[in-house]
Design a protein around this ligand. Structure first.
Ligand code: PDD
Length: 284
């Protein structure tokens, strides 16, 4: 993205221009995709839901057996310093930890320091047209692995799923495993039927988005019924509204699925309520 501002990134203890940041070719992130990451939205220069992003970062590290290279204060000050180095009020900070640099061998290396990389980019809210008209999606069989709860940089399955959507002229996919809804290539999905919001239960088949917790709270405060349970393909096809959520896309309506309208084919009242509540929460 050309923004006219030089991006400063953080790599293993140093801040430097993005063009100068270098990782050795034997980094296990490069060789194996052996790492985890986070994407944290920043509004008005303040991290949004930082505690939840930090907790998930710790969980991901623990799940793949990388010792956390920074304490809670260290992560928070890294995010703050990166944000301070860039002019945009709204940013998104990308944090990545890999298992480090070692001779190529699948087993974990011993005594190797993890690689810590972080960058911040301008966060531009989804265009008004996407909120006003909704976005298109396609259905796909979820062919990813069984640890989708880990926010891993091994994203080939997600990359292929997103490209299938783009090739079909859509912006996201709606994936099913064994006939049950999982998630999008890089977003969580929500079905609205008769005023109730349904989402898949946060298990190993999906990434538990930080917005899953947020939408749970927003439903409670807006008086919208919420049910996290397994959702069939038939229920998705019968939805009044279909929504996606992610750190960078916030909440968006999916109004076309496999070239057919979802419900009335335009953003619905539950989207409008949740979107307004989301906007209020992020500037609170
Ligand atoms: N993706 N599911 C998947 C597979 C994701 O990659 C993401 C986020 C989510 C939503 O999680 P959250 O609400 O915490 O953003 C669900 C980020 C934005 C990305 O990879 O860029």
């Amino acid at each position: 993205m050309h923004t006219g501002t030089t991006q400063t990134v953080f790599l293993n203890g140093e801040f430097l221009p993005i063009e100068e940041a270098r990782v050795p070719v034997l980094d296990r992130g490069f060789i194996f995709g052996d790492g985890i990451y986070e994407v944290v939205p920043i509004y008005d220069r303040r991290p949004f839901r930082w505690a939840q992003h930090h907790a998930r970062l710790e969980r991901s590290l623990a799940r793949i057996g990388i010792a956390n290279p920074r304490d809670a204060h260290g992560w928070a000050s890294l995010v703050r310093e990166l944000v301070d180095r860039h002019p945009w009020p709204d940013q998104f900070v990308y944090l990545q930890v890999t298992r480090g640099v070692a001779r190529r061998d699948h087993a974990f290396p011993i005594g190797v320091a993890p690689t810590v990389f972080a960058m911040s980019s301008e966060l531009v809210a989804p265009p008004a047209e996407q909120r006003e008209k909704g976005v298109a999606a396609i259905t796909l069989v979820d062919e990813r692995w069984l640890h989708c709860d880990i926010k891993s940089t091994s994203l080939l399955g997600n990359v292929l799923a997103r490209q299938a959507a783009v090739d079909a002229g859509a912006s996201e996919c709606v994936m099913f495993r064994d006939g049950f809804l999982t998630e999008g290539s890089s977003s969580n999905l929500w079905v609205v039927r008769h005023g109730t919001v349904f989402g898949p239960p946060p298990d190993r088949l999906i990434l538990e988005g930080v917005r899953v917790g947020l939408i749970t709270e927003l439903c409670a405060s807006e008086g919208i019924a919420l049910d996290l349970r397994r959702i069939t393909r038939e229920e998705v096809l019968a939805a009044d509204e279909l929504l996606l959520s992610s750190a960078t896309r916030e909440i968006l309506p999916i109004t076309r699925l496999d070239d057919r309208p979802v419900g009335a084919g335009r953003p619905g009242p539950v989207f409008a309520k949740l979107h307004a509540a989301y906007q209020a929460a992020k500037r609170a």
